[in-house]
Design a protein around this ligand. Structure first.
Ligand SMILES: NC(=O)c1ccc[n+]([C@@H]2O[C@H](COP(=O)([O-])OP(=O)(O)OC[C@H]3O[C@@H](n4cnc5c(N)ncnc54)[C@H](OP(=O)(O)O)[C@@H]3O)[C@@H](O)[C@H]2O)c1
Length: 226
């Protein structure tokens, strides 16, 4: 429960999917569902405005009837004009959708799966650099579901840079991400205060050109599969 929370806390939410009675994801991506989700989130958070709302495109489960992108972004733009939303982002999205969305409205953030061992999203990161869009890599450590922090620690390139910089393998993977875009925002998941402190300290880790070149040899595992 986030309420009560400081006024200057930046809150980002996600719309486009919801849970069924068994906890599975189902789509909720029609314009009226998007509006209802944002308004429910405002009530739950007891706020007048959400700082950033991500429109989620990959939900899983049966595909919904086709909903035009312009209608989905149209309702989020209306909510922004009403002062209920500040910024609009996109999540689990293809390059084509990002390009089409930019024709419709300014996009503040893209949130996609990406990390040192999963670089398949490079073309979208290029788009973000080109349009000065914040990029939020999810599964920045390869995901909690696949034990990937341990896999990263076993990679010889990561292990050698981590040892040289006197930091952990996970910190090396996160520092590598920060070095890849001026507007990279990290959301590593953790259930450990110690890991949270290590992850916050990544801001102070500078990887030089030699270390970045060494990390080019990291074994590419692709997107985590479950
Ligand atoms: N937009 C989307 O559609 C979408 C989809 C999936 C996920 N996400 C979001 O992405 C974020 C990250 O996802 P995730 O948590 O599944 O994957 P992740 O951040 O890649 O990996 C989390 C795993 O890393 C471990 N870890 C974290 N910090 C560590 C450290 N300093 N040293 C060693 N291990 C460390 C955690 O274990 P401990 O608990 O032991 O620290 C956990 O097992 C979450 O906020 C999630 O909600 C978004």
């Amino acid at each position: 429960m986030l309420y009560p929370c400081p006024d200057d806390l930046v809150i980002a939410t996600k719309v486009g999917g919801t849970r069924d009675e068994n906890g599975g994801w189902i789509w909720a991506a029609r314009p009226e569902q998007l509006r209802a989700t944002v308004e429910q989130d405002l009530r739950t958070l007891r706020r007048d405005r959400i700082d950033l709302v991500n429109m989620r495109f990959g939900v899983g489960g049966p595909a919904p009837e086709a909903v035009p992108l312009a209608a989905q972004l149209g309702v989020l733009t209306e909510l922004r004009d009403e002062g209920k939303v500040d910024l609009i982002g996109l999540s689990t999205v293809s390059a084509d959708v990002v390009k089409n969305a930019l024709e419709i409205t300014p996009i503040a953030e893209v949130q996609n799966a990406y990390g040192i061992a999963n670089r398949t999203d490079e073309p979208i990161l290029d788009l973000c650099r080109e349009h000065d869009i914040a990029y939020v890599p999810y599964y920045p450590l390869g995901s909690a579901f696949t034990g990937s922090p341990q896999t990263l620690a076993a990679d010889p390139a990561i292990a050698s840079v981590a040892a040289k910089c006197n930091v952990s393998a996970s910190q090396t993977a996160l520092a590598w991400l920060l070095a890849h875009h001026d507007r990279m925002l990290l959301i590593p998941g953790t259930s450990s205060v110690g890991h949270l402190e290590q992850n916050l300290a990544v801001d102070g880790i500078q990887l030089d050109d030699h270390n970045l070149a060494t990390l080019e040899a990291v074994i590419h595992l692709g997107a985590p599969s479950f």
